[in-house]
Ligand binder design. Structure first.
Ligand code: DX5
Ligand code: ZN
Length: 227
């Protein structure tokens, strides 16, 4: 299964004055998806982008725009992020009492629906919404900032893979992914790796090769594990 691993760089670690060229650079260097972290200063203690910014990113994304909503309430904004051009919209199970309704609302826009779990939330929280879900995002940091220390959620990932069975659901890992931490989560059943600081470190739009080398290092780490 490791050949199907996708890397989704988080543009939270990009140059905020140059998103268009940063997105082009990570895609040219081999990114599978582009991960966009939307934060509201309420659900998480940080602020990032609203729908107009996401619509501007869309013009540069040729792969898949994976929009991670760390906002509460979330339902009033789903339509706007769908119109902004998200391919996948992920909402947190902790963001409100009605994750089932939220996932229905995302599916109703025609977009893929993701559900995210904070490290303190057990896998069982998504047991009743698996048939409304295309992706489960397992947070391996407490959301809000890039560059935090990885929290090992391998046991929960195993549990989720068992719960998912043969449903076509991605398990995405978000937070602290590096060549050292990636093998563990992939062995447990993850197939999409979000990485911010580990992809962008050492590179820039003028010097984008480190982005490619950093992504190759993550891919190589999970392939070594499979060998
Ligand atoms: C955290 C965000 C992540 C973050 C990952 O709240 O959801 O996507 O940018 O950053 P790194 O890879 O630096 O931990
Ligand atoms: Zn994220």
């Amino acid at each position: 299964m490791t050949h199907a691993i996708k890397i989704a760089p988080s543009i939270l670690s990009a140059d905020f004055a140059d998103f268009g060229r940063e997105i082009q650079a990570i895609e040219a260097q081999g990114a599978d998806w582009v991960h966009v972290d939307v934060m509201d200063g309420h659900f998480v203690p940080n602020l990032t982008f609203g729908p107009p910014a996401v619509a501007a990113f869309r013009k540069h994304v040729k792969t898949v725009m994976d929009v991670h909503l760390m906002i509460a309430p979330v339902d009033p904004y789903i339509e706007a992020f769908a119109e902004a051009g998200a391919d996948i919209i992920t909402a947190h199970v902790e963001a409100g009492p009605h994750i089932h309704r939220t996932l229905q609302a995302i599916r109703a826009t025609g977009k893929k629906a993701g559900v995210a779990l904070n490290p303190g939330t057990p896998a069982e929280a998504v047991a009743h919404v698996l048939d409304l879900t295309d992706l489960i995002c397992v947070m391996t940091v407490n959301p809000g900032f890039g560059g935090q220390k990885f929290i090992d959620m391998s046991a929960e990932i195993h549990t989720l893979r068992r719960m998912i069975g043969d449903r076509p659901i991605h398990i995405e890992i978000d937070g602290g992914v590096t060549p050292e931490t990636a093998p563990k989560v992939v062995a447990a059943g993850a197939d999409v790796l979000v990485a911010g600081s580990a992809v962008f470190k050492g590179g820039s739009v003028e010097n984008p090769e480190p982005y490619g080398a950093n992504m190759r290092a993550i891919r190589a780490s999970v392939q070594r594990m499979a060998a």
